[in-house]
Structure formats: structure tokens, C-alpha cells
Design a protein around this ligand. Sequence first.
Ligand SMILES: Cc1cc2nc3c(=O)[nH]c(=O)nc-3n(C[C@H](O)[C@H](O)[C@H](O)COP(=O)(O)OP(=O)(O)OC[C@H]3O[C@@H](n4cnc5c(N)ncnc54)[C@H](O)[C@@H]3O)c2cc1C
Length: 264
Amino acid sequence: MKIVVCIKQVPDTTDVKINPETNTLVREGVASITNPFDEFAIEEGLRTREKYGGEVHVITMGPPQAIEVLKNALAVGCDKVYLVSDRAFAGADTLATAYAVSKTIEHIGGADLIFCGKQAIDGDTAQVGPGVATRLGIPQLTYVCKVREINVEQKKVVVERMMENGREVVESSLPALITVVKDINEPRLPSLLGIKRAAKAQIPTLSAKDINADENRLGLKGSPTWVTKVFTPEARGGGEVLKGELTDVVPLLINKLMDSKFIK
Ligand SMILES: Cc1cc2nc3c(=O)[nH]c(=O)nc-3n(C[C@H](O)[C@H](O)[C@H](O)COP(=O)(O)OP(=O)(O)OC[C@H]3O[C@@H](n4cnc5c(N)ncnc54)[C@H](O)[C@@H]3O)c2cc1C
């Protein structure tokens, strides 16, 4: 099994700051970590390798300092890592990011199974995983909380998806892309040997040219989304609490809903 895990370096805070003039994320002066959902994706990649054999390859698209998240991936036991970095990628929205990540996966020879996080804690769109699957023309299994079984010979995977009101069991053909939620596993800690190995590792960097990407589809050039305004909505005031016996409160509630035209 060739397993690819896509990870993103994010600011170590959910209190993301926005440059009010450019409406882009302020990354300077903020410590960076592996996107927490991607830690679960890495762990699931490793567990899949342990159960079914193969290799775990990890990719991240980002600036040179994103190498740190790849070192962490090596330290927990991933086999190969790739930094996808080029000025041409700067200012990418989710469309351009998904394109660059999918071209990278093609460049490294494809995958039987791709793991992504459910979403990144800074951009928060949850679009990149599905976007990568679409560009590669493979099925996407989102919000996965359990990989039940993989049949390597028959090229099939059965997963449980976390839904609002329960779990959905889905079977898919392989190759496929899975996005994971935090309930899927408990990520392991790196070993001392792993940390030493990661510290010494030479990490390959891939440019736009290396992954054979069309520069018009990358970075700002390839990003049709524009952020026109970023703001925090005003806090809503507390609602009204109806007190009393149920037999009195229910007709009162119905009248209020009718007055507000929520029901007829
Ligand atoms: C309208 C808009 C404009 C933006 N403009 C800019 C900008 O000008 N400059 C800027 O720096 N950022 C910008 N961003 C942020 C940037 O586009 C996103 O951070 C990026 O596309 C990933 O989207 P996301 O963070 O929502 O990831 P999600 O879709 O929430 O991530 C889901 C999963 O996809 C994978 N993934 C996500 N990103 C990567 C990656 N880079 N490499 C590998 N795997 C990945 C991970 O597995 C992750 O868990 C913009 C975002 C939007 C929505």
C-alpha cells in the first residue's frame, strides 16, 4: 500500500490574526505547529502501514519553515516526506492549493490511499481534501472516524463517517482520499531514535516546475477567491426564557413563533 498523508503547518493558536489591509493571515511572530487534524491523519497512515504493509509518504505545501512539520512526521515513523515550496505557490486559495497538492501526488507516483485532516485550524474551509480527490478523479470519504477494513487485493476500503446524528458506513474502491476527524485514533509521540533520524534527514523540496504544474493555476494567479472583508460578528444578546407550567408555556411559545412569522 502506498499511503500519502497531506499535512499543513498552521499558527499555534486558533486566535488567527488578519492583516486588515490585505485580508490575509498574519503568520509572522506566531509559532507554528502541524495542523492538529493532520496529526490524526499521520497516525492513521502509520496504523494502515502497520496492518497492511507499504509506505507512508507525507507532503506539505508551504514556505521553507514548513520543513519542521515534515521533521515531526519523520520522527513518528513516516517513510518519506516532501516539501512543496516555490514563490509561485504564494497567496493560494483552496482551489490553487488543491491543484498543487494533487500535482505533487501525481509527481510522486500516486497513492492507494490518501489521508487528510478534516480541516485546517487556520483556513478552516475543509475544502482541500475534497479538492485534491476531485482533481485526481478518485472517491472522497470525508469526516471518517474509523477505517473498518481494507481489502488490498480487491482494492476496497470500508469506513465509518461521523454524521450529526450517527455514523454512516461506506464502502469505496481504492485509490481513495479520506479526511479524518479527531475521534479516529490517538496520535503517538515521536521516539528518541525517530527524532535523531529526523534531525539528520535531508528533506527534498519540490518546485512548481518539478511537479509539472501550470503556473497560471498556482498561487494568487490561480486563486479566483478574494477576501473582501474579515470581521468578528457582534455577540448575540441572550434569548427569552419562558418559565412556568408546560401547558401554559407551549401555547405562549406557539403565539410568539407565529407573531415572529417563524410558523403559520
Ligand atoms: C479566500 C481565501 C484567500 C486566501 N488567501 C491567502 C493568501 O493570500 N495567503 C495565504 O497564505 N493564505 C491564503 N489563504 C489560505 C489558504 O488558501 C489556505 O490556508 C489553504 O488553501 C488551505 O485551506 P484551508 O486552510 O482551509 O485547509 P482545509 O481545506 O481546511 O484543510 C484540509 C486538509 O487539507 C490538507 N491541506 C491543507 N492545506 C495543505 C497544504 N498547504 N499542504 C498539504 N496539505 C494541505 C490537510 O490535510 C488539511 O487537514 C486564503 C484562503 C481563502 C479561503
